[in-house]
Design a protein around this ligand. Sequence first.
Ligand code: BGC
Length: 521
Amino acid sequence: MGRIGVGAMAVVGLVAVAAVAVAGVAVGRSVRSRRRWRRVLGVLRELEDACETPVGRLRQVVDAMAVEMHAGLASEGGSKLKMLLTFVDTLPNGNEKGIYYALDLGGTNFRVLQVQLEGRRSSIFPPEVEQQPIPQHLMTSTREDLFDFIAASLKEFVERKEVSFGYSPEKRRELGFTVSFPVKQTSVSSGILIRWTKGFAIHDMVGKDIAESLQLALARNGLNMRVVALVNDTVGTLALGHYHDPDTVAAVIIGTGTNACYVERTDAIIKCQGLVTTSGLMVRFKFTVVNMEWGSFWSSHLPRTSYDIDLDAESPNPNEQGFEKMISGMYLGEIVRRVILRMSQESDIFGASLSNLSIPFILRTPLMAAMHEDNSPDLREVDEKWREMLEVPEVPKKARKVIVKVCDIVTRRAARLAAAGIVGILKKIGRDGGSITGGRSRGDARMRRSVVAIEGGLYTSYTMFREYLLEALREILGEDDARHVILKVTEDGSGLGAALLAAASHSSTPPPNTVDSVQMP
Ligand code: BGC
């Protein structure tokens, strides 16, 4: 063999060795990547197991909710559920007349409304509404700063709206003030802020009368307006729901935050019997509205994961609003982010740098909903949203599938727990048909039509959430009984409902339609 032949063989040999080495590296890489992928799937499986909500567990949550409601009504601090007396014993019935204003303070925006009522149900629409963002710095400043800003905007709004019929500074106006935070009411138009939720932190407001703080700011800003009703957004929703349908017995908000209120027998509010008998008001009526503040509900039956525990510990209000942190729009995206961050520590398949994914609340719930509901075969929407949010290159399809699955697990758990909460209320007021008493059907219990007014973007705009909730309701109650429970979306109860309650509570003669007219068992 010549030199060329020997040289050629040597080259061939080298190439072969290199090829084997390259193949070896590639095999090694692929083995490692398969191993990492398996770990991602392991994290997914663990999450799925920890978030499981079989119907048996949901029924335990139902029972726990009903038990906690009893405890919260029995004594102050008897339960994590606040069960706040609202002093609302008169619900609007359609006979209200006049022009009323409402101010809705509950999230990153506040809204002002002017509502004209003409004594007929249909005549309340459409109200004049204006919405404004609350500047970020005011959410953590002083009550004077916040309310001066709101009062000045309200004054401008009133001047603009009344210009057509001659604005007069002397005229006194009536306002329904919706505060979507826990408030311990001292009357239908006054109450002490217990604490902030949803990212607000104006420390000098806690423990003070929130209606009075607004009233003072209105005076400072030269607006002649009186707060005649102070209401939680759930109570406004109940008022509007009842206005349209007298079978409405409860209201639920599932949006940025979550909460519920319902119509309770006055004599069941044991902790307030002193107040109930001295306030005269309550003596006249057998039923009144209770603001549960169910966001703070807690039970060992809730399926809690390490992600929930970390989220809570790092939140500004640890050990508070436990139910809300598993259910509401403020937190769902954040739980998903935490899970995917954990997965990204195992594999780089999500394309996101860890520092990017480490930004708390970077994944907002509406974005999560858009990814979850992506029906395109290659999950293009997931890819787009993910890339936009984290500024990363395309993510492979299998990673997109995992993202969707995580959204699904977190949303499904939230929706099913919310359903259990609703059935808990129905059970407390004896409207669950007895089908869940001790997990057995009570043949003798007759199911009555019960309407639950419902609002909040998570329920109204997130189809998968809504479907999971309704499915769980049917599972817990059984198809037959579930037919008697109607979840009715009201539109803008927190605004309109407050104006209606202002009208109802301002009316001098007791209106014929009171909470008594809600048929209770
Ligand atoms: C507040 C409730 C409110 C709910 C819905 C919660 O964070 O504590 O008062 O009703 O959000 O807005």
